[in-house]
Design a protein around this ligand. Sequence first.
Ligand SMILES: Nc1nc2c(ncn2[C@@H]2O[C@H](COP(=O)(O)OP(=O)(O)OP(=O)(O)O)[C@@H](O)[C@H]2O)c(=O)[nH]1
Ligand SMILES: [Mg+2]
Length: 273
Amino acid sequence: MSSVLRPPASGQDPTTAGHYRPVSSYLAIAPPVSVVIPAMNEAENLPYVFKTLPDWIHEVVLVDGNSTDGTVEVARDLWPGVRVVAQDGRGKGDALITGFEACTGDIIVMVDADGSADGNEIVSYVSALVSGADFAKGSRFANGGGTDDMTFVRKLGNWALCTVVNRKFGARYTDLCYGYNAFWRHCLDKIDLDCTGFEVETLMNIRVVKAGLKVQEIPSHEYLRIHGTSNLRAVRDGLRVLRVILGERSNRRELRRRSHHSPMLDSVRGEVS
Ligand SMILES: Nc1nc2c(ncn2[C@@H]2O[C@H](COP(=O)(O)OP(=O)(O)OP(=O)(O)O)[C@@H](O)[C@H]2O)c(=O)[nH]1
Ligand SMILES: [Mg+2]
């Protein structure tokens, strides 16, 4: 890697696109990375979120869901360059779609604002993307992943929904409803997101596999929400997820066609790293 390293000249902004920036002792990257944080009344959690974000990211886009607890002020205080985007609609899906549109980076990382995601993992997602994946999909159930935040009922529901997605769309996912993912911006043109709520991650996971994008699962650990209460209602949102799964047309014919050309098979399936 060092032979292609092109560090910015001294005094130059290291986040300028086109220049390699050191990410870890074994990786340097040129593409600018945007981090999108949907946040609705998460002021108390933001210090924990921002503390773990790496300093080499290009920008942080915080999508505010009409917070009344000072979320925006706290974010500006913690990360002076943060770009705050107001949300017109409601729901996490609506917030993420708004945030993706505002991003200027080539790589987009989605990070929850409740303190459950560790920003130190971003390097693993970005490594997968610069190594050839289109979509780096966090998984709490891949080897090395974990969760402190899921009840037995949620685990069961997530497993059942994940199994249906794998059967119907020919994926090999180990996790489905998880908010920590990263992808190249060009994926957005292929998945054309149109949803408003917590079903957004499921819709993304289905559409990337249907689009034949190369998906790589990244083991991730989900920590407990630090302050406040969840906005998710297991039954209501589980049913919304199920409706999305049932509403998406299966790509069975396409899968059958591709299975006759086995080298292509992996590009339509989630791969566990
Ligand atoms: N902007 C915005 N953010 C939202 C909205 N709903 C949820 N969020 C954010 O989306 C992230 C995930 O929401 P959570 O309530 O933590 O849902 P969850 O992670 O599925 O549930 P827990 O595991 O219980 O934390 C958090 O950062 C929320 O603040 C919304 O309507 N607008
Ligand atoms: Mg959460």
